[in-house]
Ligand binder design. Structure first.
Ligand code: ANZ
Length: 770
């Protein structure tokens, strides 16, 4: 009778079974401390409950899971948590589109996504899950807001805001890309609006300077620095002729002071209205100011033709030489940058030159002076100015964290006291956006406010930007059920700072900057010990459609991970995504349907390789593979780590037999990548404990050296042949073997060998007579 044919690899029989078994055994439950183990916190940005997991989610979550699993096998107590960034526009817009209640819709989507996330086989500890729209979570978002308010880090102000006419809400500067809303692509307009602001600019210097302490990739640090845009320069005062007033300008080129031929102030500058009574052409000036209001900051910076109006009758005095120069208003000068006023130096500044040329202002070439010195001489001061603006967090939308503020009958704002937190988002609201805050339509919220605070009190009706929710979420994973504090000191001590944070490149100047600020602010208020939250940050790239374009429904190039998981398995998808290229280098990789199948075949071959288990010989290549894989994984080069396993597989397939222990070692190396299949084989081979609780294999350093090496054989410096020699061959053996090579003998015919130089491991040089 023939032996029964071994069962082929069938992911469908394996994956769900192990996911359930792991869950039941609780092998991914993470304790805050484990004796003898060091904690390691791996974080990925939590996702919006968009409803359906796409390939991008798989790339974002399953590849870092490989790293987290590897670290765990290395003996660390690894936390790799998951949750939902559940408030916000994407959820709200989707709910509106479907005519659903945002809350009901959000909770439904999260339930669907949990199932899909489980299908990844990731080591998320679901006990620690956080949901930013749960009152138990946002209580602490509100509490922190109040702490910031008490400490002058939150204030209310009328500012120019970016308004998205489609989403009908304010956007932070960071949410506007090239003048359009980063979510919906609609052109953003400028409005004056009163809103709650967070004083992030107070931390501008620290946000720049502390980057030096971080071992992050330079590109990320540079992007943050550019966004903050610190510019060192001087503030100089130009006295206004005939008054006690001055125009203060900000310049990075005080050395050009002698070349100033005019001064320009921003049309919105407060000085303009003060000067109006003295201006001879007030009508013209007012008309220009009205025109400026129609333009966005971006238009003003990019406009091809410079425009402006002279304030006739007003002159300013150059503090360096006392010369009187005309004063203009022009929209190329922005009110919110520096002092909102500029000294015009057409000889040295391109914009000034265009302006001067257009309006026939003199262009004079004057020698440059020591900058620093001139600033002192004219009584100016050295200052820094920044591109970064304070963070406006008011949103006129429903689905967000309520701003915990109430107004007394006189209209003064008061924080909602801690005992009334969480300050619950009301549910009796028609949330259809119309540009006004939907919470203003909640009867319950108004009644609640009056019943707690008294007659005539009214609630704040704005909600917070969701970037507030996500600025501190990593603390809450550590203590998600705590009702006394956002996270206890002991758990923060155990886990913070985060060892590795992987996320999207698009967050570099948004979430990544906001959360760095948030931690610095908490630190300064004595609420956390660390001043920076992320030891290492890596930005991943995008997975493109098979056509090389960004995946989009309209292009029909969207890959549905669920379909591939059911056809080829989660292990294949994980392995394929890791194989596409190095992770964390912002490379964008197109999806290759053949590539996925190729990776699947690799798993089938590993599966089949077990049939070769028998009386094989130990292989050095295995030890080299272990070493290489660890080195590659530490650098997030999962692709080359997989290649190393493929090389090992190719070699072993040529053998008649392989050792059981060595095969099991391969399974351990593959376990972080293909957790289900390796677990199945591990048990089939007699193990009773999970492979994921086993240790990362150690290599034997005596077995990672090559047995032989190829040396170039030169005659008088010219390479003539190659020689394969044992690594432990003596110089005499190598010399004799080289001289015996037929090619070398041919070249040496009729010549006399004078000397043979052997450079061990590198080359053999024969010196012969010409
Ligand atoms: C005179 C000058 C001469 C300037 C020269 C530059 C070159 P960064 O480096 O981006 O900080 N400036 C100052 N405030 C401005 C405002 N509110 N709107 C528009 N422009 C403004 O740029 C600083 C320079 O931008 C400043 O230095 C000022 O022009 C201009 F050869 O002063 B400079």
């Amino acid at each position: 009778m023939n032996a029964p044919k071994p069962a082929p690899y069938n992911h469908a029989l394996i994956e769900k079974k192990w996911q359930e078994a792991w869950q039941e055994a609780g092998i991914y439950t993470v304790a805050d401390s484990v004796p003898g183990k060091e904690n390691y916190y791996t974080l990925v940005e939590f996702s919006y409950p968009s409803g359906n997991l796409h390939v991008g989610h798989w790339y974002a979550f399953s590849v870092p899971d490989i790293f987290a699993r590897y670290k765990r096998m290395q003996g660390f107590n690894v936390l790799y948590p998951m949750g939902f960034d559940a408030f916000g526009l994407p959820a709200e817009n989707a709910a509106i589109k479907q005519g659903a209640d945002p809350k009901v819709w959000t909770y439904e989507q999260m339930e669907k996504m949990r199932t899909q996330l489980r299908s990844m086989g990731a080591m998320f500890d679901w006990e620690r899950e956080i949901v930013s729209c749960d009152p138990i979570y946002y209580k602490w978002t509100q509490w922190m807001f109040n702490q910031f308010l008490k400490n002058d880090l939150v204030y209310r102000a009328v500012t120019k805001v970016n308004w998205c006419p489609k989403d009908m809400t304010i956007l932070a500067n960071e949410q506007v890309t090239d003048g359009v809303c980063e979510r919906c692509g609609t052109e953003v307009v400028q409005r004056d609006q009163e809103q709650w602001m967070i004083r992030i600019t107070k931390y501008a210097d620290r946000l720049v300077d502390d980057l030096d302490e971080l071992a992050w990739p330079n590109a990320i640090k540079e992007a943050q620095k550019n966004w903050i845009g610190r510019s060192a320069g001087s503030e100089l005062s130009f006295p206004l002729v005939g008054t006690d007033n001055t125009i203060d300008v900000f310049t990075t080129r005080a050395d050009t002071l002698f070349g100033v031929t005019y001064v320009v102030i921003a049309p919105e500058h407060t000085l303009v209205s003060e000067l109006l009574s003295r201006v001879e052409n007030a009508d013209e000036v007012l008309a220009y100011i009205a025109d400026t209001k129609k333009k966005s900051e971006l238009d003003r910076q990019q406009s091809k033709e410079k425009t402006g109006v002279q304030l006739k009758g007003v002159m300013a005095k150059n503090p360096a030489n006392g010369e009187a120069v005309p004063v203009w208003i022009a929209d190329y000068v922005l009110a919110g940058y520096g002092t909102g006023a500029v000294m015009g130096v057409p000889e040295h500044d391109e914009r000034d030159r265009e302006f001067a040329t257009k309006y026939n202002l003199p262009i004079v070439d004057q020698p440059l002076v020591d900058a620093k010195e001139i600033t002192e001489t004219v009584g100016g001061k050295m200052v820094s100015t920044y591109r970064l603006r304070d963070w406006g967090i008011s949103r006129q939308r429903f689905w967000g964290c309520p701003i915990p503020i109430v107004y007394d009958p006189e209209g003064n704002a008061h924080p909602v006291p801690d005992e009334h937190l969480p300050w619950i988002l009301p549910s009796d609201v028609d949330h259809t956006p119309d540009g006004t805050a939907p919470l203003a339509r909640s009867k319950e919220l108004f009644e609640r406010t009056e019943s707690i605070f008294g007659k005539g009190w009214r609630p704040e009706v704005e909600t917070m930007d969701t970037f507030v929710d996500s600025s501190w979420y990593f603390y809450r994973y550590l203590d998600n059920k705590n009702t006394e504090s956002f996270a206890s000191e002991s758990v923060r001590d155990a886990w913070m700072p985060i060892d590795l944070y992987m996320g999207g490149a698009e967050h570099t100047t948004m979430h990544l900057l906001y959360s760095r600020f948030w931690v610095k602010a908490l630190h300064e208020l004595g609420l956390v010990k660390e001043n920076e939250s992320y030891v290492m940050r890596r930005n991943r790239g995008l997975i493109l459609g098979p056509d090389g374009n960004k995946m989009s429904k309209s292009k029909g190039n969207v890959i549905d991970p669920d379909e591939i998981v059911s056809r080829l398995g989660a292990d294949t998808v994980r392995l394929y995504l890791a194989f596409m290229g190095p992770y964390g280098v912002t490379g964008n990789y197109p999806w290759d349907p053949n590539g996925v199948v190729g990776v699947h075949r690799f798993l089938e071959r590993v599966w089949k390789l077990k049939e070769k288990i028998g009386k094989g010989a130990p292989t050095n290549l295995l030890h080299k593979t272990i070493k290489k894989m660890a080195e590659d994984i530490e650098e997030y080069k999962f692709n080359t780590a997989i290649s190393a396993m493929m090389i090992l597989l190719n070699a072993w397939e040529k053998e008649d037999a392989i050792l059981l222990e060595e095969y099991k070692t391969l399974l351990q190396l593959l376990a972080p990548f293909a957790p289900h299949m390796t677990e199945e084989l591990w048990h089939e081979l007699g193990e009773t404990e999970s492979i994921h609780l086993s240790a990362w294999p150690a290599y034997d350093s005596t077995r990672i050296v090559d047995d032989s090496v190829t040396l170039g054989v030169q005659i008088n410096g010219k390479v003539r042949d190659e020689l394969l020699v044992a690594t432990n061959a003596s110089k005499e053996e190598i010399e004799a073997a080289a001289l015996a090579l037929p090619k070398i003998q041919g070249h040496l015919a009729g010549k006399e060998v004078k000397k043979v130089i052997v450079v061990p491991g590198r080359a053999i040089n024969i010196v012969a007579s010409e």
